[in-house]
Design a protein around this ligand. Structure first.
Ligand code: HEC
Ligand code: HEC
Ligand code: HEC
Ligand code: HEC
Ligand code: HEC
Length: 480
């Protein structure tokens, strides 16, 4: 074996002792070692790396690797030419002997340089990657593209959860996939070929089982959840009207029977559906595995979908995201956002017509956020200055604070540069603002025996009060 290699090795070692080839060798080995190291670390990490780390793994490191590979023969050929020109090319290459001083020193040099290089490259890669891992990077580096998602995210319960936890999740399997798509997205941003708004649902979002369920255990869902919503009327007093619901959010069994979560989710498949539009809002076909293990198919009797539409539609097993499609990018509607700000006292309910005026200003169309900000502040001040001059003089700070809050609502929900406006992204929880639950729960999805998917008002919640001014139940519950 050695005998057969030697004729090759001798000229390689002899010609290879030139700076270009040596630099090439150092570059190739050190990038290779860094890439292998990074892959092992990623594979064993609990938290995933950011997709744009793909820039390091698919572009920068491999480029250096290939550059190193190219430098090796370039150096060899150059040196051969130089020697031949000088007539110094030996007819017999000297024997390869590790004890030979020059060769040993050369190899030691290459080894040492490789180590130094691995350290440098790893440090640089690590720095770059931990920066890309941060929510600031995801949300802000391509500012106008991600601005809507980032703004809504900061305003959500998940504002401390990293983008990567939901969008990539842990494990080596999704490493290459996410890095590749991250790299593709980067080009889309650089070339401005991305769509506005960014389409939703995300086609290849990782299944909820592997992301949400790291923190939320479906087996743990139980009991009911009391929800109190206060709406303010568009009258001079901003009359508050409260709705009190007991939502049956439980899982399987339990005192109150199987709840919302238990009905749709299980360790095995429970519900599969076909959507015929790309926003998953039109669902003509649903299959359900009942408690007794039998499968029931519900088909909408009002849908015009043909068998061919069904075959071409998206078939999907229901998971968290089919209801909680806005867990983090929770865009609001103007009425609800103003109600909430008023309930929290950020927009004072003492300001006459505050609800009406705020919603009116929010619903107006503006060319961009800067103009909106100016015109909303002016509009609000103008209204109180002319209609309620006394109040404006005495309580000017209240008016200004309210205007600021209305501005903030606009700024986190409407992004003219991305074509994101009120209601661009439907929220599937509930049924008041968007179709939501009623995509299936409409009494026209029928099984062969005539059963339908229920729209009975107490299937999902008990309504304790609806749009009442100061309902007694709030006092009874000790919530007032
Ligand atoms: C709690 C989980 C969660 C977190 C944290 C999260 N997202 Fe999302 N994201 C989602 C879900 C769920 C969707 C919509 C999925 C669907 O409907 O298919 C989504 C959709 C998106 C979309 C597509 C457009 C849209 O609004 O539907 C973008 C872009 C996006 N997220 C960016 C981000 C960025 C940037 C961050 C961090 C600042 C982030 N996400 C953090 C869960 C999350
Ligand atoms: C890294 C952990 C983590 C991940 C991943 C995560 N969540 Fe959460 N989630 C939380 C925390 C923390 C809260 C806040 C609990 C609280 O404030 O009581 C929360 C709250 C919620 C709430 C309650 C919202 C409310 O208004 O009370 C919902 C619904 C929810 N998460 C759904 C999801 C969904 C759907 C996903 C997957 C797309 C997901 N979560 C992924 C940690 C996580
Ligand atoms: C059939 C629709 C549906 C599915 C599927 C679903 N949820 Fe929910 N979930 C709801 C509704 C409705 C609520 C109550 C909404 C509210 O608080 O306004 C809720 C509430 C929650 C809450 C808050 C509970 C509380 O007591 O405050 C969390 C956390 C949550 N869901 C997580 C999840 C996770 C994780 C999954 C997937 C394993 C999931 N949900 C699947 C409909 C669903
Ligand atoms: C993809 C279709 C689909 C969507 C969307 C959907 N459901 Fe369901 N839901 C079903 C099916 C199918 C059943 C089981 C019907 C049966 O009992 O045969 C069911 C049953 C239920 C039940 C039990 C009803 C009963 O009488 O026992 C509740 C509660 C429920 N869903 C709540 C919700 C809520 C809340 C939402 C919205 C957040 C929602 N569902 C969205 C398909 C859906
Ligand atoms: C399939 C389940 C389901 C059915 C059936 C259902 N609801 Fe609801 N409803 C919900 C959920 C979930 C919410 C909470 C949404 C949220 O948290 O914003 C809700 C919220 C509400 C609210 C409060 C809305 C608000 O402004 O916040 C009212 C009022 C209401 N439902 C009335 C009804 C009436 C009336 C019926 C009968 C026609 C009905 N619901 C049937 C699931 C259902």
């Amino acid at each position: 074996m050695m005998q057969r290699l030697l004729p090759w090795l001798k000229p390689l070692v002899f010609l290879g002792s030139n700076p270009i080839t040596l630099v090439g060798a150092v570059l190739t080995t050190s990038t290779a070692l860094t890439m292998i190291g990074a892959f092992v670390i990623e594979a064993s990490r609990e938290r995933p790396l950011h997709p744009y780390a793909g820039i390091a793994f698919f572009i920068i490191l491999p480029s250096l690797f290939v550059l190193g590979l190219l430098l090796i023969p370039i150096g060899l050929i150059r040196r051969r030419r130089q020697l031949r020109a000088k007539g110094e090319l030996p007819t017999e290459y000297p024997a390869v002997d590790l004890r030979q001083g020059a060769l040993k020193r050369g190899l030691l040099m290459v080894g040492a340089m490789t180590l130094v290089n691995v350290a440098l490259l790893s440090a640089a890669t690590y720095q770059g990657v931990s920066y890309m891992d941060s929510t600031e990077f995801c949300g802000q580096s391509c500012h106008s593209v991600m601005a809507p998602e980032y703004a809504a995210f900061k305003n959500s319960v998940h504002s401390r959860v990293g983008c990567v936890e939901c969008h990539i999740g842990p494990g080596a399997g999704w490493f290459v996939r996410s890095k590749l798509s991250g790299t593709r997205q980067l080009f889309a941003v650089a070339l401005k070929t991305y769509s506005r708004p960014i389409p939703s649902p995300v086609k290849h979002l990782r299944p909820a089982r592997e992301t949400c369920e790291h923190c939320h255990w479906p087996q743990k869902f139980h009991g009911d959840k009391v929800v109190v919503r206060t709406k303010y009327s568009p009258d001079e007093q901003n009359t508050p009207l409260s709705t009190v619901l007991v939502l049956k959010v439980g899982g399987h069994g339990g005192a109150s029977g199987t709840g919302i979560h238990g009905r749709h989710l299980d360790d095995t498949e429970r519900i599969t559906y076909i959507a015929t539009d790309d926003k998953r809002q039109v669902i003509p076909w649903v299959s359900y595995v009942a408690d007794d293990g039998k499968t029931v198919e519900y088909v909408s009797t009002e849908s015009k979908a043909t068998p061919q539409d069904l075959a071409q539609g998206e078939r999907r097993q229901m998971d968290c995201m089919d209801c909680h499609n806005r867990p983090s990018h929770t865009f609001e509607l103007p009425e609800r956002a103003v109600d909430e700000a008023m309930a929290l006292g950020r927009i004072s309910p003492r300001l006459p017509f505050a609800k009406k005026k705020a919603v009116e200003l929010l619903r107006t169309e503006y060319p961009d956020q800067a103009t909106a900000s100016r015109r909303i502040a002016e509009g609000f001040a103008e209204f109180y200055r002319t209609t309620y001059p006394d109040l404006y003089r005495k309580d000017r700070s209240l008016v200004e604070q309210a205007a600021q809050q209305v501005n903030a609502i606009y700024a986190r929900n409407v992004f003219p540069q991305m074509n994101v406006g009120w209601g661009t992204y439907p929220n599937n929880i509930g049924h008041e603002d968007f179709v939501g639950c009623f995509r299936c729960h409409d009494e026209v999805h029928q099984a062969s025996d005539g059963r339908t998917i229920s729209q009975s008002c107490d299937a999902c919640h008990t309504i304790l009060a609806q749009d009442e001014n100061d309902p007694k139940i709030l006092a009874d519950l000790g919530l007032k």
